[in-house]
Design a protein around this ligand. Structure first.
Ligand code: THU
Length: 148
């Protein structure tokens, strides 16, 4: 097989939006959100087809709380995954859950072309590219590209 067909096969076997949303919703059940009561789950898909899920984790010092999306990115990086193709984000049923600006910037660091599935008004699933959600993102032009 050529590299082209291998890439096509990998793409075809990756979970789609509905499956990623299902995993994100399952992760939402682990959410620790006693202050806002707004439980969020995220499911991050790697190019290799792995799905890394996480929830938001709040703190009594509110500002220390972490969103589900950033928890998923940090979990993935810590597990040696750096190549992401999509993320799904969901909150409570029927509610909008749109990635915050901080999470958009953190996602941009690793995957500027990421596909983002999230809940818009009324809880309906919307899909946008990260580039659409965070135009003109900040980026150093001298990343080392190393694993350090
Ligand atoms: N939150 C997320 O986890 N992701 C988002 O996209 C938006 C907000 C969390 C942070 C906080 O725990 C709660 O939702 C309410 O803001």
């Amino acid at each position: 097989v050529t590299a082209r067909t291998r890439a096509d096969r990998a793409r075809a076997s990756r979970p789609g939006a509905a499956e990623l949303m299902r995993v994100a919703n399952a992760a939402r059940r682990q959410s620790y959100a006693p202050y806002s009561r707004f439980t969020v789950g995220a499911a991050l898909l790697t190019r290799g087809g792995r799905v890394i899920a996480a929830s938001n984790v709040e703190n009594s010092s509110y500002g220390l709380s972490i969103c589900a999306e950033r928890a998923a990115v940090f979990k993935a990086i810590s597990e040696g995954e750096r190549d992401f193709v999509a993320i799904a984000v969901t909150g409570p049923a029927g509610r909008a859950a749109q990635p915050c600006g901080s999470c958009r910037q953190v996602l941009h660091e690793f995957a500027p072309g990421l596909i983002v599935h999230f809940r818009g008004a009324g809880g309906r699933t919307l899909t946008r590219s990260l580039d659409q959600l965070l135009p003109h993102a900040f980026d150093f032009d001298h990343k080392t590209g190393g694993r350090s």
